[in-house]
Design a protein around this ligand. Structure first.
Ligand code: HEC
Length: 115
């Protein structure tokens, strides 16, 4: 089978990788040509004990990817506009991808949770 771009691709990859090596591992940090030893670590996270009720599914879906439900449930009682400000903050400060058309439903679910 013909692979007209095979050797060009390989050349491009070599050029790319040599660029990475130059910036990521300066010669001052390791001997030239020495292999890099990669290691992995393991940690034990605390068990998640608090879950939200099924009625608050919209909160689970939009809010618990980044932090635990407990963080939400442990807040003082907030007014609707304060919850709205939280949602807006999650979106602007932490880049949460919460659809703006869901804001009203999320605020209602958050209010119901603190009852
Ligand atoms: C993209 C990630 C992300 C999403 C999604 C997200 N948050 Fe957060 N949230 C954060 C981060 C980061 C913090 C700061 C955590 C810290 O200080 O430990 C935070 C903090 C909070 C706090 C603590 C008070 C504060 O303002 O710092 C509350 C309450 C909160 N989030 C509620 C929500 C709610 C409600 C939703 C869903 C509508 C949500 N979050 C979705 C990232 C997110």
């Amino acid at each position: 089978m013909m692979r007209p771009f095979g050797s060009i691709g390989a050349l491009a990859a070599v050029a790319l990788l040599s660029g990475c090596e130059r910036y990521a591992t300066p010669e001052s940090l390791r001997g030239a040509g020495e292999p890099i030893a990669l290691t992995s670590q393991s940690i034990t996270l605390p068990d998640e004990t608090v879950t939200l009720p099924a009625s608050a599914e919209i909160v689970t879906v939009n809010c618990t990817a980044c932090h635990s439900p407990d963080l939400i449930l442990s807040q003082p009682r907030l007014k609707p506009e304060q919850w709205q400000a939280e949602i807006t903050k999650m979106r602007s400060a932490y880049k949460a991808t919460i659809d703006e058309k869901d804001d009203g439903k999320i605020v209602a679910a958050l209010l119901a949770l603190q009852k």
